[in-house]
Design a protein around this ligand. Structure first.
Ligand SMILES: [Cu+2]
Length: 200
């Protein structure tokens, strides 16, 4: 669409101002979850609890692939309302089902096909394949836009968070973490530590 010259002259400063305001308000929370070697095998999901806000579906659906007899990624965090594309990239047929919450079985399908599921409720959904019982993955559905995966040393960096008071939590398939309260200013938070309770 072509915007008339006169209108773009008016719009441009408004857009720049909007970008500057958004930039000034956003801060970063950096920290670490405790968990040692278990975090090298699978990441934790760090998230802000009970944060309301508008839901805008992602431009592209997140993908849970099945490749080399493995769910990829092993852990996929998404916002409530998101549709996930389930792909099969193997020569063999795979199935996907979850025994959790509303439960689903998407059927069994060959390479290259995609099935979908829309996650309406917050929670952890174990992903299983009834053809290959050793396969396991997790989709973590969250009522917040603020979530991030840890790296293999347990470090995380949550960007673009508006300053405020939050409860920060973490989920891991084998570990439990204490929640923490965090007061975020524009300066950001640099070294938040989430301590692990006993492992499951
Ligand atoms: Cu399978």
């Amino acid at each position: 669409m072509k915007i008339p010259m006169s209108r773009s002259i008016v719009l441009l400063p408004i857009l720049l101002l909007a970008v500057m305001v958004a930039g000034a308000e956003a801060a970063t929370i950096k920290g670490t979850v405790e968990g040692g070697k278990r975090l090298k095998r699978s990441p934790a999901v760090v998230y802000l609890a009970e944060v309301a806000g508008e839901f805008t579906p992602p431009a592209k659906n997140p993908v849970m692939d099945q490749h080399n007899m493995t769910f990829i990624p092993h852990v996929l965090p998404v916002r409530t309302g998101t549709t996930v594309d389930f792909l099969n990239s193997d020569e063999v047929k795979h199935n996907i089902f979850s025994p959790d919450h509303e439960k689903y079985n998407l059927g069994t399908w060959p390479r290259g096909e995609i099935k979908q599921h829309t996650f309406a409720k917050q929670g952890v959904y174990t992903q299983l394949c009834n053809v290959h019982p050793e396969m396991q993955g997790f989709i973590v559905v969250l009522d917040t836009p603020y979530f991030v995966l840890t790296d293999e040393d347990g470090n995380f960096e949550m960007k673009d968070v508006p300053p405020g008071n939050y409860t920060i939590k973490a989920w891991h398939e084998k570990l439990h973490f204490d929640k923490e309260q965090v007061t975020l200013t524009e300066a950001g938070v640099d070294n938040l530590a989430l301590k692990s309770r006993k492992s499951r």
